[in-house]
Design a protein around this ligand. Structure first.
Ligand SMILES: Nc1ncnc2c1ncn2[C@@H]1O[C@H](COP(=O)(O)OP(=O)(O)OP(=O)(O)O)[C@@H](O)[C@H]1O
Ligand SMILES: [Mg+2]
Length: 271
């Protein structure tokens, strides 16, 4: 389905807030450019715009864009995908489409018929400009998440080990499955990424075992909790640059290696 040039498009998705979607998506986008040398587009579909900020586009900058320069402008047919692409000041060579508060309007704009497949159609049209796309999703399952899933070829679901019930994974997997069915596509290849792990805590060890028992090979090796992660956000840098010797930096490298290997093997099947 779609054109041959459709880029590999990976979403970071879950309705749970604050579990590491934006952080993980930024780490992935950075490494896809700097280690894999792929032409990469990072799309921030979250009104909070946290991954845009992390990648060096400050809130004052993206909130001041004209509608025609933004995702809502593209969704309303005022512009095309290439018109709204910026360069990340933090990661040289990374293209980025920032998020922003105006995305909230998309959720409630009832005139936007055909919104579901809009991003996918734009990526079909212009996707030969990038090899890889990464999309950071908002912390709910609504219209914007539908748009992201409809454009995706694979999904990563961050799962914070402490304080999060394994039952939180059911709705997001079901949402992905139902969106794919609605769009007449195969279900997405999905991984669960345990985050903020502290294996000195019994609860974290138990949660990891539980999620492994239920989801097996879909579960990636965990990312440890570390103060270096919020610090890297404050420094507007990815971990590779801010804290190369830190545990999460090495763990993100391992987890992404597993995903990228599977993707290559699967030969980008869901296009
Ligand atoms: N491994 C980690 N160790 C310590 N803190 C972390 C870790 N991963 C993420 N954080 C911190 O947790 C907070 C939430 O992370 P992040 O913004 O990535 O989550 P999110 O799922 O995108 O949140 P939201 O649902 O609001 O979009 C941030 O302050 C981030 O720096
Ligand atoms: Mg986020």
């Amino acid at each position: 389905m779609g054109s041959l040039e459709y880029p590999n498009t990976r979403i970071y998705i879950t309705q749970k807030g604050g579990v590491g979607k934006s952080t993980s998506c930024v780490e992935d986008s950075d490494r896809t450019v700097t280690i894999l040398n792929k032409r990469t587009l990072h799309i921030d579909l979250d009104p909070q715009g946290n991954s845009s900020t992390h990648l060096g586009i400050e809130r004052a900058q993206f909130e001041e864009l004209e509608e025609v320069q933004t995702l809502p402008g593209m969704f309303r047919g005022l512009s095309e995908l290439p018109d709204i692409v910026m360069s990340s000041p933090s990661v040289r060579g990374l293209d980025i489409i920032p998020g922003g508060v105006s995305l909230t309007g998309i959720e409630v704009d009832s005139s936007l018929h055909g919104l579901g497949g809009k991003l996918r159609r734009q990526l079909e049209k212009y996707g030969d400009r990038w090899d890889e796309v990464r999309i950071d999703m908002p912390p709910h399952l609504g219209k914007l998440t539908y748009v992201g899933v409809a454009a995706a070829t694979e999904a990563v679901i961050p799962f914070e080990l402490s304080g999060q019930s394994i039952e939180a994974l059911g709705p997001v997997l079901e949402m992905i499955r139902m969106t794919c069915r609605q769009e007449d596509r195969d279900d997405l290849e999905s991984w669960i990424l345990p985050t903020k792990a502290d294996f000195r805590q019994t609860l974290d060890r138990e949660a990891y075992k539980m999620v492994k028992d239920r989801y097996g090979d879909k579960v990636l090796p965990p990312i440890s909790r570390s103060v270096k992660v919020p610090e890297a956000f404050s420094a507007r840098q990815p971990l590779q640059r801010y804290a190369p010797a830190s545990k999460p930096n090495q763990e993100y490298q391992e987890a992404l290696k597993i995903i990228n290997k599977t993707t290559t093997k699967a030969g980008r099947k869901n296009k």
